[in-house]
Design a protein around this ligand. Structure first.
Ligand SMILES: [Zn+2]
Length: 141
């Protein structure tokens, strides 16, 4: 009761459902029902109704860009955390694996350089073009 049940009816703020019901000549349960119902837009719970914390506790997912096709490692896209003032968490993009010198899509271009093939946290690297296996090094890329 008290502040938790404050309502605004037709622009007038009432400290409780009971107060609103008394002023309007309605049953308290009816006022409560109308505040919950979208059919009664002029009956609203006051702003200071308790926030159960769902929005904060759960949090939103990181805004992660989709993979794009190989571009030579030019493009970098930020991963945004919408819960913390849209802060940039890391950058994704194509990088060259220091182990096999092949290109792979990294979820963190600064922290993840080694591809999945070499045991790193990156993605599967682009396969070498068939024909020149081990003889030619990186000229193909
Ligand atoms: Zn590798």
């Amino acid at each position: 009761m008290g502040a938790n049940n404050a309502v605004v009816v037709k622009g007038v703020h009432y400290a409780s459902i009971r107060d609103a019901a008394r002023a309007l000549g309605l049953a308290p349960s009816l006022v409560e029902h109308r505040c919950d119902s979208i059919c009664w837009p002029r009956f609203k719970w006051a702003e200071d109704r308790p926030d159960w914390g769902f929005g904060q506790a759960v949090g939103k997912d990181l805004i992660e860009p989709r993979h794009w096709s190989y571009d030579g490692g030019v493009r970098r896209e930020p991963v945004i955390d919408p819960n913390r003032d849209r802060r940039v968490v890391r950058y994704v993009g194509w990088v060259t694996c220091p182990g096999c010198h092949r290109h792979h899509f990294s979820p963190d271009v600064r922290g993840v350089r080694i591809c999945a093939f070499c045991g790193g946290a990156g993605a599967q690297p682009i396969p070498r073009t068939s024909g020149h296996r081990q003889c030619e090094e990186d000229e193909d890329f």
